[in-house]
Design a protein around this ligand. Structure first.
Ligand code: COA
Length: 156
């Protein structure tokens, strides 16, 4: 899909909250105030994917020193399986690299087959487990992705 990806700030909190509400169950939704607050914190950023002006999903991340973390990834149910999630993750990894990160951590419910498959496609590797982390009792898997600058030499 020919979607565009743009960086947004706290002014887009209402839009991001509506995309989050469309993508997550009620117990896991983030409200606009929480999103605006997070985007005001150092190192935090959000990227929105849109097609012909219509928002399809977003990703939020943060970078501290040389480590980055995916805070959330949400694609509208009507836009799934068209590559939006992968495009957002590629853009987030690029932004994190530009901000100086060399590794990216992700947290995903063990039961979230779609997200696990997507992160697997990116080459994310298991880094830990947080037991009964989610409201439904599911474990969280912590995954790690090595970030490489375009053109940089790989180890080994
Ligand atoms: C997970 C999520 C972001 C995926 O977004 P998406 O735009 O549908 O993902 P993509 O189209 O880029 O999929 C890329 C690849 O990931 C894998 N994948 C994505 N959804 C999948 C599913 N439901 N089942 C199996 N594999 C899946 C596939 O390998 C897919 O490639 P393919 O379509 O060529 O087979 C989306 O399902 C979503 O918003 N879910 C609810 C919120 C959520 O769980 N966020 C992640 C929290 S950690």
């Amino acid at each position: 899909m020919a979607s565009t990806i743009s960086a947004v700030g706290g002014e887009a909190a209402a839009l991001l909250a509506s995309l989050h509400a469309a993508a997550f169950p009620p117990a896991e939704r983030w409200g606009p105030q929480a999103i605006e607050l997070m985007l005001g914190l150092p190192g935090h950023f959000a990227l929105v994917a849109a097609e012909a002006g219509s928002p399809l999903g977003f990703a939020m991340g943060r970078v501290a020193a040389d480590q980055a973390e995916v805070l959330t990834l949400a694609v509208h149910p009507g836009a799934r399986r068209t590559g939006v999630g992968l495009a957002l993750m590629a853009a987030l990894a690029g932004e994190a690299t530009n901000r100086g990160a060399v590794e990216l951590f992700l947290e995903v419910a063990e039961t979230n087959a779609a997200a696990r498959a997507l992160y697997g496609r990116l080459g994310a590797a298991a880094a830990g487990r947080r037991r009964a982390y989610y409201p439904d009792g599911a474990d969280a898997l912590v995954l790690r992705l090595t970030l490489t600058r375009p053109g940089a030499k790989q180890d080994g």
